[in-house]
Design a protein around this ligand. Structure first.
Ligand SMILES: *[C@@H]1O[C@H](CO)[C@@H](O)[C@H](O)[C@H]1NC(C)=O
Ligand SMILES: *[C@@H]1O[C@H](CO)[C@@H](O)[C@H](O)[C@H]1NC(C)=O
Length: 991
């Protein structure tokens, strides 16, 4: 339901902005005046040129029906003040100016005129002055984020009119005064009159007065973050009514009175998750801690540094022992003994109970909790430490200041637990997840190695603040892995909703550190798939996913706040301004239960197209007119204009021609913005398809991502041109290496094996994992390309869709290349994946013999088979590539047998591509990791200590897992190595 809706929204956006050259030109006159004022202020920073924001597709601006509806200018380097003219954009429903640290001055009152706004983001700028009362007019607002500025004054009660508000974040400002509530404010409005509120983020300000009891009626609230203020009075009983509450954070205030027992009613129940964290430390709370044993989901409790009466250690915590990660009760007036099984709690990482009067003995049980790292008990009255197992590896136990250390105890404990100097928990960690041992370093200009792919580029850096971490030590692969996996899963999910492809190998959890408080900052690096910087669509997608709180992390990483977004390349933004990307709409199903649309424009269009006749030629016209489902659903592929490509290829210069074929010519091109090299395939007259077919094709191609398939970067469909833009393969085709200009020095045997395996995996992916499954139909050595590491990638898949014949019925036309063509297919016209297997067998024979499939009128299949049948390996000896002399004959023979079974006459006798991959893996296995600089999937698997990361299409072939361990144990290069995994070798009978 939500999915369909978001698709619809996406479609309407696509129609509005993807086809920008047919947009009805003029921006509405009122909007135009306002936008001109913004252009004056920010035009040069953003690169807005031209005179019409809608027709000239200004970056970050989206129009609908000639009205400006979206301004999304996150991290754009904006400076100065926010022009008040922005308030005249009366159709605006989305405004986000976050992460522009040069943005100063006050929030203009005029923003209150934008009554259609659903989202208002002004996070992390340098705004000062008060929160305008006029913002109370924005009745449709669901998301309001003003955090991390220098705002002062009080929260105006008028904001209480925001009936739809779900997210309210004013944290890290200089706000003051009591919180407005309906019972006392003159307009009877306040922070308690938001029926849909889920997030109260008010921490780190100078608020005074009470925590209002009125907020207890906000039963949808998940997070109450009010720490680091000067709230006084008691913690209201009514908080127990907040059934959805998960985090209650009130530390570092001046709160008095007891902890209300009513909190015990916030239990897990149906859709309610139960209270996970209670942080009330550093107040002046009194009485004793009530029994909250109904809260069996607690992960983190901090009651430290209050004025409690003497009390025993809360035995009720036992009820949540399977979830508890941290227990902090320093200076809590604890008396008596600790529970005997406390150190066995299965999830417990840290126990901090310093400066109490705990007595008796400390039991260190045999079944110590596996996560336990810190037991801080300094300055108590513990008489002895009883260790059940003297050989156990202990957590860091600190007992200094107890009688057992000072000699007043039953026994003097070992010095290690009595040292007064403890190692404080670390405050900074670098990722311990070694994904790949990349040998290449990025020599040029401060690029950073993506450890997933060993490529160099300038990643986008998202710094996340985990506001209330439940862990005490993040230096632990499991945690890093969980964070990576959560991020990955969420971006895949959002990407699917938004038609943006996110690939796992783009992400690296880089490091983490305490940012001077008790909050952990984590830095996530996002690398481009190709080129130096992320393409504008991916960049925007990632920014939005984080800044709009679309990513819903689960414990232990919530709540998280984006602290910063930056690039390791200072001029990154300038670069993406120059590159004319596509315009895309991103519709994301809301974590807030509300569907928000984020629409982005990243085009800098220099040439305005308005002539009516040009519009008639608009290649997208066919897609536009049609109903739903007609706009292309692209996964990360970009649209290029004809002029872009003309520039990239030096006006289709002959010097740039990489190759030519029946389809047309292939040009080398360099992208203006990123400097990335690409290959542009330009269809020639006669090989072009209809608009629908071309659309199908780019949709299909944009969905296929695999390390052994040449990736589609984008396309151009304009001026009756059809062009596909691919990643560039600097090492040309396999044919070149076997028989052409690259054949000196010849490919060594091991390299040939890896190329065969890579190509087989690529084809296997098309057959088994692509959706829909793809039959290549033209497998041949010149369609197997080699990247800079000589990794094989299959090209030209999907270029042979079913085409309608004269009667409109779909019939396959025989397609393929002589010498590679499956004879069965040729005779029956029945196409199957086994036809690709046949063609691939021919390629294997080419690798073995170095000969073209047809020479001197003879066919390689027939020749090899006849000779092998008659004389075995001796018979084929003279056909084998002379440069392979010295290669182990048994390896050559196994390879030959794999090839021959692929080229069996009938498809039934041929193996599947999947089986071919398995066979080649057996052959390759022991060597793969020996290849210098060869970044194989095996190395990836073997060195990865990452937690399970689903969907790693570019890294891992699905079928590889069972064999890897076996391979690595085999003695290197030895043929005696035997695969012992779960499949039977193919029966290969020489004919
Ligand atoms: C608020 O949203 C509703 C529903 O989308 C819409 O009908 C209404 O016109 C909006 N209000 C304003 C002031 O734009
Ligand atoms: C809370 O602090 C205010 C001053 O900011 C004071 O007027 C008020 O009496 C205090 N309330 C309590 C309950 O201490």
């Amino acid at each position: 339901m939500e999915d369909r809706l978001s698709r619809r929204l996406w479609l309407s956006v696509a129609l509005a902005v993807l086809c920008w050259n047919s947009v009805e030109a003029q921006t509405n006159a009122n909007d135009l005046v306002a936008m001109q004022a913004l252009q004056q202020q920010w035009g040069s920073e953003i690169g807005w040129t031209g005179s019409d924001p809608c027709a000239d597709a200004w970056s970050g601006v989206v129009c609908s029906n000639n009205r400006v509806t979206t301004l999304s200018l996150i991290y754009m380097g904006l400076t100065g003040t926010i022009p008040s003219a922005i308030g005249d954009l009366s159709a605006l429903n989305y405004l986000d100016l976050s992460f522009n640290k040069g943005l100063r001055g006050q929030i203009p009152n005029e923003l209150g005129s934008l009554t259609g706004l659903g989202t208002l983001g002004l996070q992390k700028c340098s705004l000062s002055g008060p929160i305008p009362t006029t913002l109370g007019n924005l009745v449709n607002l669901t998301f309001l984020a003003l955090n991390n500025n220098k705002l002062s004054g009080t929260i105006p009660s008028a904001l209480g009119a925001l009936k739809n508000l779900a997210w309210f974040d004013v944290a890290y400002n200089n706000l003051q005064g009591p919180l407005p509530v309906s019972t006392t404010s003159p307009d009877k409005l306040g922070i308690d009159t938001w029926p849909n509120i889920q997030h109260y983020h008010l921490n780190d300000n100078g608020f005074t007065g009470p925590i209002p009891s009125e907020i207890g009626s906000a039963f949808k609230v998940l997070h109450v973050l009010m720490e680091n203020n000067q709230f006084n009075g008691t913690i209201p009983d009514t908080l127990g009514n907040m059934q959805s509450l998960q985090i209650l954070s009130l530390y570092s205030n001046n709160l008095t009175g007891p902890i209300p027992a009513s909190l015990s009613s916030i239990v897990q129940n149906g859709t309610y998750a139960g209270l996970h964290q209670i942080r009330v430390n550093d107040n002046q709370l009194t009485g004793t801690i009530p029994a909250l044993d109904a809260l069996d989901q607690l992960e983190y409790v901090d009651f430290s540094n209050n004025n409690f009466d003497p009390q025993p250690f809360p035995s009720w915590l036992n009820a949540s022992k399977s979830s508890l990660e941290s227990i902090l009760m320093d200076s809590s007036n604890l008396v008596g003994q600790l529970p005997a099984d406390l150190l066995s709690y299965p999830a417990l990482q840290g126990l901090y109970l310093q400066n109490n009067q705990i007595n008796g003995s400390l039991n260190v049980p045999v079944d110590l909790g596996p996560e336990l790292r810190y037991v801080y008990l300094q300055n108590n009255k513990i008489l002895s430490i009883i260790q059940a197992d003297n050989n156990a590896v202990l957590p860091e136990i600190q007992l200094s200041g107890n009688p057992t250390c000072t000699g007043g105890g039953l026994a003097t404990a070992s010095p290690t637990v009595c040292n007064t100097t403890s190692n404080p928990p670390a405050t900074k960690w670098t990722s311990s997840l070694v994904i790949n041992n990349c040998t290449s370093s990025c020599e040029n200009g401060g690029r950073i190695t993506n450890p997933n792919t060993c490529t160099c580029s300038f990643p986008l850096v998202v710094t996340l603040e985990i506001r209330q971490p439940t862990f005490t030590n993040i230096n632990n692969d499991t945690l890093w892995g969980v964070l990576a996996t959560q991020t990955d899963n969420e971006l895949q999910r959002l990407g699917a909703l938004s038609n943006v492809a996110f690939v796992t190998s783009q992400l690296w959890v880089h490091d983490a550190f305490y940012n001077g408080t008790e909050r952990v900052n984590v830095r996530l690096f996002f690398f481009p798939l190709v080129g130096d910087t992320l393409d504008p669509i991916s960049e925007t997608f990632i920014k939005l996913s984080f800044t709009q709180q679309k990513i819903s992390f689960t414990s232990p990483f919530k709540p998280d706040i984006v602290q910063d977004i930056s690039s390791t390349l200072a001029t990154n933004k300038a670069a993406s301004k120059l590159s004319k990307g596509a315009v895309i709409g991103i519709a994301v199903g809301g974590a807030l239960g509300v569907l928000l649309i984020a629409l982005l424009a990243f085009l800098v269009v220099k040439h305005k197209r308005r002539a009516e006749d040009e519009r008639k030629k608009n290649p997208f016209a066919a897609w536009e007119k049609a109903e739903d489902g007609q706009a292309p659903q692209l996964k990360g592929a970009r649209w290029f204009s004809f002029d872009d490509i003309k520039r990239m290829t030096n006006n289709f210069s002959d010097d740039n021609v990489l190759g030519a074929g029946g389809y047309g010519k292939v040009y080398k091109g360099v992208e203006a913005g990123t400097g990335a090299t690409v290959a542009v395939k330009r269809a020639q007259e006669g090989s072009k398809q209809g608009a629908q077919e071309f659309k199908n094709e780019i949709e299909l191609l944009s969905r296929v991502h695999h390390n052994n398939l040449v990736g589609l970067v984008g396309f151009c469909f304009e001026k009756s041109e059809q062009m596909l833009v691919y990643e560039y393969m600097p090492n040309g085709t396999l044919t070149d290496w076997l028989r052409g200009h690259m054949s000196d020095p010849p490919l060594e045997w091991d390299r040939r094996l890896l190329i065969a395996l890579g190509a087989a995996r690529g084809l296997g992916y098309l057959h088994d994992n692509a959706d829909p499954k793809i039959i290549h139909r033209d497998v041949k050595s010149c369609n197997i390309l080699l990247d800079k590491d000589l990794n094989a990638k299959v090209a030209d898949f999907g270029l042979s869709m079913l085409v309608p014949d004269a009667n409109g019925s779909l019939k396959p036309t025989i397609k393929g290349t002589m010498g590679y063509l499956d004879p069965e297919y040729y005779m029956t016209s029945v196409l199957s994946t086994k036809s690709d297997v046949y063609s691939f067998g021919v390629v294997l024979l080419e690798l073995l013999t170095g000969r073209p499939p047809v020479s001197h009128g003879g066919h390689i299949v027939k020749e090899v088979r006849n000779r092998y049948d008659r004389g075995g390996m001796d018979g084929v000896k003279e056909l084998i590539d002379p440069s392979l002399e010295g290669t182990r004959e048994d390896e050559l023979e196994t390879f030959l047998q794999i090839a021959l079974v692929c080229v069996e006459d009938t498809s039934l006798e041929r193996p599947s591509m999947h089986e071919v991959v398995k066979q080649l893996e057996v052959l390759v296995g022991p060597k793969a990791h020996l290849m210098p600089g060869h970044n194989t999937t095996m190395e990836t698997r073997m060195t990865s200590r990452r937690a399970p990361a689903p969907m790693m299409p570019s890294l891992v072939s699905d079928d590889f897992e069972p064999a890897s361990g076996q391979f690595m144990q085999g003695s290197s290069g030895s043929h005696s190595f035997k695969y012992s995994g779960g499949f039977a070798p193919l029966p290969v009978q020489p004919k």
